[in-house]
Design a protein around this ligand. Structure first.
Ligand SMILES: [Zn+2]
Length: 168
């Protein structure tokens, strides 16, 4: 059975930055494989494209440029925010505004978003709203561990059930 639309696909992969020798971003080694339904828009389109037609046991290795993955880095998404919005009862929690911290925030419409503290000034904090993987060229290598038909219920839910998937 090959990977095509509506198949349940299980892959082990290692994601590195840019090339096979790049910095390790994440890996499923020693964990459950990544499980997803192919062709329903759950994954990065280029990720799926590169797995098309493979079968269990096949290996893969391919790169996806940042603009086809999580987007290029946008300097405009680096925003100065007044420090006082982080005050609770006139005080800012110790350790909250440290460079690299990811903070849950809300925009004017009440949408929840995450931003990372990029730098801290006297009265303002520079928050980076770029996706953490923005500007990163992705390199995937690994192998296909299983391909099977997705169950109707899985197709209805848009995710895999059981091992490597949702338990409910
Ligand atoms: Zn479900």
């Amino acid at each position: 059975m090959i990977i095509e639309k509506n198949k349940a696909v299980f892959v082990h992969y290692t994601l590195t930055d840019g090339t096979a020798e790049g910095q390790l971003v994440e890996t499923t080694e020693n964990r459950e494989p990544l499980a997803f339904i192919y062709g329903i828009g759950m994954m990065i389109p280029d990720f799926e494209k590169n797995l098309s037609g493979l079968k269990a046991g096949d290996t893969f290795a391919f790169g996806i440029p940042a603009d086809k993955a999580y987007g290029t880095y946008d300097d405009g998404a680096l925003i100065d925010v007044p420090k006082r919005i982080f005050e609770i009862d006139g005080k800012i929690e110790e350790g909250l505004l440290e460079v690299g911290n990811v903070l849950p925030l809300q925009d004017q419409e009440g949408n929840h978003l995450q931003g990372m503290v990029a730098s801290v000034g006297d009265d303002t904090v520079k928050i980076d709203f770029n996706h953490p993987m923005a500007g990163v060229d992705l390199y995937f290598s690994g192998h296909v561990s299983l391909v099977r038909d997705a169950e109707q219920e899985e197709l209805d839910h848009g995710h895999i059930h059981g091992d490597g998937g949702h338990h409910h």
